[in-house]
Design a protein around this ligand. Structure first.
Ligand code: ATP
Length: 369
């Protein structure tokens, strides 16, 4: 079984909510659709479920084109953002409901409800009515109701959005485990990057109806395909510095001027891909992207450091987030909390090898230095 979208498109009046999206989700794979509000995540999911007709392109489930198949005939399990439990049925009865609808025998129903209940930690509340549940518990029952059947695929729309922070953290891992055991394709819509990074096998980052990058959680973080993904994934946000590529210095060093002000020389001996910078004309506008955790405060200035003053300190527990600034530039740096650093003081910041991304003028990743 697999889910495949080929150039899937949805248009509302003058708005192309989903724009020629291509996706392929395999058995047992969890794909998270991640992106800012309004980028088309839910609409994409609803096209798979059959709740929105496609205005272009095709949707396949298990290799079968389902564009013209009604939602009820697609046998997908979808858990909604705004779930509705039957208020007069207990949790156990709510869980069993989809199984009754499929006319399973009592023993099978009991066994499947018990298994789902165990996995989602519902044992203590099986006899309660929805009105007697906390929001997070209701959400878990809603998730349970969609996994209790044996559908072709699982579609979740912000499944954890109503849970409190602690439960959310617990459930991310739990749900990941449950989904891995199901060997069905799963698509999860979320705007929470931590949720996507922890639960997904692959993440599709969306913006304005388009897919910007589909890749493993590690790669969208460590190898963002373009500036949007670079800025969207990761907290604190990646530093993005407007620069001019001044050219190569020998074969293993690349020189940049940052905002026409600070010149910086970065080691390019382990650039990946390796030769792309040597083909870039000197004078090209680029953006350097470096995560706050990949900058180091050093005691001496060098050709690979820049000097700024500390504008603001934000303690974050084990780490400190420092906002730095000079005339033209600002940078965020995360340091160990023990590093002594004061507002107003002058610091030298060094770029760490293997973590500085170079984006071209058309916002695509050229190489990582
Ligand atoms: P969120 O995270 O806020 O739920 P989303 O990424 O899921 O956002 P969608 O709900 O898919 O985004 O909406 C994509 C775009 O399509 C939005 O601009 C939305 O306003 C628009 N849209 C969605 N449904 C309709 C509709 N039925 N009629 C008109 N426009 C719609």
């Amino acid at each position: 079984m697999s889910i495949e979208l080929k150039s899937a498109t949805k248009v509302y009046g003058s708005l192309t909510a989903v724009n020629a999206v291509n996706l392929d989700v395999q058995d047992g794979e969890v794909l998270c659709l991640l992106g800012p509000s309004g980028c088309g995540k839910t609409t994409t999911l609803r096209m798979v479920a059959g709740l929105e007709a496609t205005d272009g392109g095709d949707v396949f489930i298990g290799g079968k084109r389902v564009n013209d198949l009604a939602a009820r005939d697609r046998n997908v399990a979808m858990s909604f953002q705004f779930y509705a439990l039957y208020p007069s049925l207990t949790v156990a009865e709510n869980l069993a409901f989809p199984l009754h609808a499929e006319k399973h025998n009592a023993q099978v129903i009991e066994q499947k409800v018990a298994e789902t209940s165990r996995v989602l930690q519902l044992d203590g509340i099986l006899n309660r009515l929805p009105g007697q549940l906390a929001e997070g518990e209701k959400q878990r029952v809603a998730v349970g109701r969609s996994i209790v059947r044996d559908p072709t695929c699982f579609l979740f729309d912000e499944p954890l959005s109503r849970l409190d922070v602690q439960l959310r953290e617990e459930m991310r891992g739990e749900i990941k485990e449950v989904l891995q055991g199901l060997s069905k394709p799963t698509v999860i819509v979320t705007h929470d990057q931590l949720e996507a990074l922890t639960m997904a096998d692959r993440i599709a980052v969306m913006r304005d109806g388009r897919i910007e990058q589909v890749d493993t959680p590690h790669n969208v973080f460590a190898r963002p395909a373009n500036l949007f993904v670079a800025g969207f994934i990761g907290t604190p946000q990646m530093n993005l510095l407007a620069c001019t590529f001044e050219g190569m210095k020998g074969s293993a060093e690349a020189e940049f001027s940052i905002n026409g002000q600070n010149n910086i020389t970065l080691d390019s001996s382990q650039a990946s891909p390796s030769d792309s910078l040597s083909q870039l004309p000197a004078g090209s506008a680029v953006t350097l992207g470096v995560r706050p955790r990949n900058l180091q405060l050093v005691s001496e200035t060098s050709s690979s450091s820049i000097t700024l003053s500390v504008d603001l300190i934000e303690p974050m527990g084990a780490e400190t987030l420092a906002h730095l600034r000079n005339d033209q530039n600002s940078l965020r740096v995360v340091t160990d909390w023990k590093v002594p650093i004061d507002e107003g003081e002058s610091v030298h910041v060094q770029f760490t090898k293997g973590t500085t991304h170079v984006f071209t003028e058309d916002e695509l990743l050229l190489t990582t230095l």
